[in-house]
Design a protein around this ligand. Structure first.
Ligand code: FE2
Length: 263
């Protein structure tokens, strides 16, 4: 793909998003939240891709994927007034429909178009399917890392502020009750991802986000997450029990092992 195509994509996206601007402060805040998230995910994906030596056309492709990965969020909120996919629709699939209807990607060669579309489709699934071809694995891995890096940043900022009532726009409405689900601690200690279906309260959501560390694809992303202190901030906002200390140590070990220089 060419530089001018990315410029056209950005111009189309800007116009498309502006179409959802509203005098209703709740809608406007939701649109802005996703507009700003998208801009940061674009920055993230470029930095992560460069850390892997991705340049040229492939870097433009990666940025296009980031630009469009959440394009379905705008219609999702306009129609359903929520970002919760379980209470509305899968926002990735809705985004693909929007892109197709507008014919935005029609100027891309077939291989690149399908790469962009499938990476978007895969950005929010729990785990990638087995046997994904290498090239798709790279771009799906990039958008998944870039997206998680920003979500963890926003979430850690919320935890650091000690938000009593976490921003309802940022995730599912969960009660801010004491304690957490021991089953999630168990999963974390066994190196397994937690799932949204298991969440009982807001502390469980913290454990779920910590489990994302196991699903980070590239060392650069992991070093950003660890280096910015997101893990400590989220752990500190959980009850100070022996179990949580064990989870923290386990995660630190995991990060240290993955970031250790090869011998
Ligand atoms: Fe998304």
């Amino acid at each position: 793909m060419r530089q001018e195509q990315l410029r056209d994509f950005k111009a189309w996206s800007q116009g498309y998003v502006k179409g959802f601007y509203s005098d209703d402060p709740e809608i406007q805040a939701a649109v802005k939240l996703k507009e700003e998230h998208t801009a940061r995910v674009q920055e993230n994906i470029v930095r992560i891709a460069r850390s892997l030596g991705v340049e040229g056309d492939d870097l433009l492709l990666a940025e296009s994927i980031a630009l469009f990965h959440d394009i379905g969020r705008f219609r999702q909120f306009a129609v359903y007034r929520t970002f919760n996919d379980r209470h509305s629709v899968n926002h990735a699939l809705l985004g693909l429909r929007e892109l197709e209807t507008a014919g935005v990607l029609s100027g891309l060669p077939g291989e690149e178009r399908s790469l962009v579309l499938t990476a978007i489709e895969y950005h929010n699934i729990c785990e990638l399917p087995p046997a994904v071809p290498d090239r798709l694995l790279l771009f799906a891995g990039l958008i998944r890392d870039a997206d998680k890096l920003d979500i963890l940043r926003l979430f850690a900022e919320d935890c650091a502020r000690g938000e009593e009532q976490p921003d309802p726009l940022l995730g599912p409405d969960l009660p801010d009750t004491p304690g957490y689900s021991p089953a999630l601690v168990e999963r974390l200690l066994q190196h397994q991802l937690c799932s949204y279906a298991d969440l009982q309260n807001f502390n469980d959501r913290k454990l779920l986000y910590l489990s994302w560390l196991y699903d980070i694809n590239f060392a650069y992303t992991l070093s950003e997450i660890a280096g910015n202190g997101y893990i400590e901030v989220i752990v500190t906002d959980l009850p100070a029990t022996g179990e949580i200390r064990a989870v923290h140590e386990h995660l630190q070990d995991y990060v240290n092992r993955r970031l250790a220089p090869p011998v």
